[in-house]
Design a protein around this ligand. Sequence first.
Ligand code: PLP
Length: 230
Amino acid sequence: MSIAENLDRVRATLRDAAVAAGRPVESVRLVAVSKLQPVASILEAVAAGQVDFGENYAQELRDKAETVTAPVRWHFIGSLQRNKVKHVVGRATLVHDVDSLALAEEIGKRSGPTPTGVLLGVNIGEEPQKSGVLPADALALAESVARLPGVTLRGLMCIPPAVEDPDAAGPYFAALADLAARGRAAGLPLDELSMGMSHDYAVAIRHGATLVRVGTAIFGARPPKTAAPA
Ligand SMILES: *Cc1c(COP(=O)(O)O)cnc(C)c1O
């Protein structure tokens, strides 16, 4: 299958899931996760009308953003170290996985007159080995981040615990949606929900995802990550 064919299939699944959930198709944005994929693959997706691309590694995003001249939107979806913020700010339209005030402050400090959009990465399954703010602490962090100069808080992001059956991720997506709704009720700007990957984006859309991050289903298997610095 070509990238264009894969994109057609993913878009159809996205559309069906949105319609089934009674949501406008435009309320869900497809972020094509191009980490470790060559620029040629990104250009194929661009030719097929794809605009939003997700990258996990700061220098890789910087290098690709400098190589791809088409007007794409870059999303930084990986965990970001503070010393790599400089590679991402000014290039990424949205940083999806901000999980500390210190990181948000660094992004704010590095941003020019245009604030950088951020989502808070929530450890929704409360898994000890995972990063992300715990659900119980997420809204307090959101309040602090919302007050910072140089960043615009836009919503929440999660990666649920790995489960075989995509439907089993449903309760985690529902929990993230519920957390965002509670935050909005308290006046916090949490309209975006970044959740859902290749195997479970249809389930995430059912639970309110506004950004789905889909890699393998579009680009195929990823080349292995080499020892190059992230
Ligand atoms: C790699 C990655 C994805 C894409 O995963 P696929 O299973 O290839 O769709 C989505 N989100 C994050 C945070 C990732 O690191």
